[in-house]
Design a protein. Structure first.
Length: 475
């Protein structure tokens, strides 16, 4: 039973009910929990170990609520660079069919490395691809190796292109098999106890990847087991057109009909909500994972975050798939959430601290966890520290917490998850990063080469469109 004292903290942003910011502060960690917090004239407690955090801003670890980690092997695919969402998904499907379990493990570990270094301490991976030898358990195993707190969002596709869906026919599972495997994964990996390092939530890919029957059965199964439900919803105008053409209603109206609203449900994106959809999501306290980089890259639209928050929804942040974002940098995502919301909804739409609240308090609420997201006694010891003495923050220390979002922040200096140090001095403690990057690059090249051979399509011929004279994209 050890006590670790983080002390001489320049600024401690607790995100507690009073939103206290303490100067010259300390945090006492006992095993995996925060035991005490103080600052200013409060006497420092004794401890077995001490870590001097002079010049650092400390805040709760950030929470990522939507991701597809395998996609880091498919970053920056030249033939996908200028696609809108549905054609992008179709082309991505042709590449995904070649993925193996070794690819998935390596991509997951690589994403955890990037997430950890960008301040994430709890990651949720929406994995929906079951091809070749892929196991969903692999996502859990990679998270354990990285030492990150993890929610496996058991994704699925059951409605292939021949049934009017978007996924390729050879990438769908039988619905009974999906539901049986969801139960198996909950039994095997889901820990409902406070402080859990691994949880499982159920996450059919989207209403254009599974049937209405599976949507309904999945949320019923989730509620029987007390786990959450997640899916993509209202991702783009094409998505809404699909729902209106197929069901004659909006995505959110259909979600409500299927039982897919409530505090145990969250949607990724929700970029195309009508006024009544916003009111419905808010009234039912449903969650939204806002993924600004992905929304900008796929030109999907802009989530109405301020109105959703005002209506009563929980909004959190997600980096989304590494092919739709091309990065898995969570503090960068927080910054872009703030910038995009201001661009779409005005200068007062989202402040720097509000954006940080989405990634801490919002993420914890959305994952229905009252044990993370705040630095206060009794919570899990998930904390991050940024060194304020870096080039990009220089001159911006008048408000050191907002500066983390307004300025370019770079890597965390320190990250502690469940009381264990996972990043120290800006370096990963548990992962050999150069070796991992080598392996990841090798597997990415081999994966795309296999997909090209199988499909006869070239995905990797570099694209150079001229701005002078302006060269429009081919249709
Ligand atoms: Zn997604």
């Amino acid at each position: 039973m050890t006590h670790l004292l983080l002390h001489h903290i320049d600024t401690l942003a607790t995100f507690d009910a009073e939103r206290r910011r303490l100067r010259n502060a300390w945090v006492l960690i006992h095993d995996n929990r925060i035991e005490a917090v103080g600052g200013g004239a409060d006497p420092e407690p004794t401890a077995d170990e001490r870590l001097d955090l002079t010049g650092r801003v400390v805040l709760p670890g950030l929470i990522n609520t939507h991701h597809h980690q395998f996609q880091s092997l498919l970053r920056n695919i030249p033939s996908l660079q200028d696609s809108a969402l549905f054609p992008w998904l179709r082309d991505l499907g042709r590449l995904m069919g070649a993925l193996t379990d070794e690819d998935l493990y390596t991509a997951s570990l690589l994403n955890h490395a990037e997430l950890l270094l960008s301040g994430c301490t709890t990651a949720a991976d929406h994995h929906y691809l079951k091809v070749n030898d892929i196991r969903f358990d692999t996502c859990v195993e990679a998270a354990r190796e990285a030492g990150i707190r993890f929610h496996l969002l058991r994704g699925s596709s059951s409605m292939g292109q021949s049934q009017g869906g978007i996924p390729p026919d050879d990438q769908v599972e039988r619905e009974d098999d999906i539901l049986a495997d969801c139960e198996r994964l909950i039994r095997t990996h889901h820990d409902p106890a406070p402080g859990a390092m691994t949880r499982v939530d159920l996450a059919p890919g989207s209403p254009f990847a599974v049937t209405a029957r599976l949507m309904q059965q999945s949320v019923e199964l989730a509620r029987r087991h007390g786990v959450g439900s997640h899916t993509h919803l209202a991702q783009s105008a094409e998505d809404e057109q699909y729902m209106h053409a197929k069901y004659g209603r909006s995505s959110v109206e259909m979600a409500e009909e299927w039982g897919w609203v409530g505090p145990d449900v969250w949607f990724a994106h929700a970029t195309c909500l009508s006024d009544s959809d916003v009111a419905r999501v808010g009234r039912t306290h449903t969650g939204i994972a806002h993924c600004p980089n992905s929304n900008m890259y796929t030109a999907a639209g802009c989530c109405r975050v301020p109105e959703l928050l005002q209506a009563g929804a929980t909004v959190a942040i997600g980096v989304d798939g590494s092919a739709a974002n091309n990065a898995s940098n969570l503090i960068d995502e927080v910054r872009n959430a703030m910038l995009l919301q201001r661009m779409c909804h005005g200068a007062h739409a989202l402040s720097a601290t509000q954006a940080l609240e989405l990634a801490t308090l919002g993420g914890a609420r959305l994952l229905r966890r009252d044990d993370i997201g705040v630095i206060e006694p009794g919570r899990c010891a998930d904390l991050i520290a940024f060194d304020t003495r870096q080039l990009s923050l220089s001159g911006g220390q008048h408000d050191p917490v907002a500066g983390l979002v307004l300025c370019e922040t770079g890597r965390v200096d320190l990250s502690i998850i469940n009381g264990r140090i996972v990043v120290a001095g800006g370096q990963l403690v548990r992962i050999d990063l150069p070796a991992l990057i080598d392996r990841h690059n090798r597997l990415a090249g081999a994966l795309v080469a296999r997909a090209e051979k199988r499909s006869g399509v070239s995905f990797t011929r570099p694209v150079w469109r001229r701005a002078y004279p302006y060269e429009p994209a081919a249709a």
